[in-house]
Design a protein around this ligand. Structure first.
Ligand code: SF4
Length: 375
């Protein structure tokens, strides 16, 4: 379909001939790029996909160990699809953004059902139809696993292109994002695609970094508009700030006569979906009512200080409430007694993991508290 007049007027002009951009970038990559990442050999679509999902919001240095443990447990896409969700979340504990793990698991099951356990790397739209795979991730999977031309625009690439071209506005705004995609499209070559894709990611992550980019060593310093304006930190422009609301919660640390702590599994979607957490209450009265209904011989202890866990859209102020008890009345289906001395492999919500580690440390002050899933 022909581009409209408005679209043509919006088309950005490259700062440098695409062939020259590619030549400079690849020659920098040959010398300084990352050539020995675990997902680069063997570079299968499955391994590239898992690495791409882990790398969203997380740095390479952190991801490497998680990736290797994940591959040891789920060496194939089918093994991942057939695993219980708890096993997947357990191996994700500590990486955060658990929706990524749940989507990865669901997508693997979908690929087994609809694509005979092979990621559909011939079609961008089929990849993007899978849970958790956006346009840039789909492009990265195609480029890296097949070597065919596909365009990426992850956070690192957005930052580099926004600086090189002094693109105004927050990249989350559709008009700004469209402009950055157009630039990424212009610069992407048809050859050496695997290296080019890795080079763009490495360039943003290690040279044109968020803070203190190494402009004096940059192969584009003669054409970079942000540098010419002496305003490198001004690009890309940040998301307009909204004050985060604060919510309060009480977390019940119910301990039985064997010293075990009561945990409940969260519903499959939503906050900490599918993870194991302490029972939560919005008020002291709700907590007291629950104790009166379900717990035999409750003995509350003084509350430790509250602490804050920050999510992208709100802050959660958590007050732990330790309570000893004789027994829990009635069997509750979605819960279990968590043994601190022999902890089961479960995906734990981050603040819960912290509270359990503290409880373990208080009991064994000379042992370093370490729960499964610790990085
Ligand atoms: S000159 Fe600096 S800001 Fe510009 S692209 Fe290079 S590293 Fe990034």
């Amino acid at each position: 379909m022909a581009a409209s007049t408005t679209e043509l007027m919006d088309m950005p002009t490259p700062r440098i001939e695409p062939a020259e951009f590619q030549r400079r970038l690849l020659s920098w990559f040959d010398q300084f790029g990352r050539h020995d990442l675990p997902w680069q050999s063997p570079r299968t679509a499955y391994r590239v996909w898992v690495s791409e999902i882990m790398l969203q919001q997380t740095q390479v240095a952190t991801v490497i160990d998680y990736f290797e443990r994940f591959m040891a447990r789920f060496p194939t896409l089918r093994a991942l699809a057939e695993a219980p969700q708890d096993d997947v979340l357990h191996l994700w504990t500590g990486l955060g953004y658990y929706a990524r793990a749940r989507n990865l698991h669901r997508a693997a099951q979908q690929v087994v059902a609809d694509h005979n356990a092979e990621l559909p790397v011939e079609r961008l739209d089929a990849l993007m139809a899978l849970p958790g795979i956006g346009r840039s991730t789909a492009g990265a999977i195609i480029a890296q696993s097949t070597g065919k031309r596909a365009v990426i625009l992850d956070g690192n690439v957005k930052r580099s292109l926004a600086r090189l071209h002094a693109v105004n506005g927050w990249p989350g705004k559709p008009a700004v994002e469209r402009k950055l995609w157009a630039l990424a499209e212009i610069y992407t070559p048809a050859t050496r695609v695997v290296d080019y894709t890795q080079a763009m990611m490495d360039f943003g992550a290690t040279l044109c970094k968020r803070t203190q980019p190494a402009c004096s060593q940059c192969p584009f310093r003669d054409v970079c508009l942000a540098l010419a304006e002496d305003n490198v930190q001004g690009y890309p422009q940040p998301k307009p700030k909204k004050a985060l609301p604060t919510r309060q919660t009480l977390m019940l640390m119910l301990e039985d006569t064997k010293g075990r702590i009561w945990l409940e599994q969260r519903p499959p979607s939503g906050l900490w979906g599918g993870l194991w957490s302490l029972p939560q209450f919005e008020s002291q009265r709700a907590l007291d009512d629950w104790l009166a209904t379900h717990v035999e011989g409750p003995q509350p202890h003084a509350k430790p200080p509250a602490f804050v866990h920050t999510f992208s859209h709100f802050r959660l102020e958590i007050t732990p409430q330790p309570v000893e008890c004789k027994a829990l009345n009635g069997v509750r289906e979605n819960g279990l007694w968590y043994d601190l001395t022999d902890p089961p492999a479960l995906g734990l919500a981050a603040p819960v993991k912290k509270l359990l580690a503290q409880a373990k440390q208080q009991r064994d002050p000379f042992e370093l508290a370490c729960l499964p899933g610790d990085a």
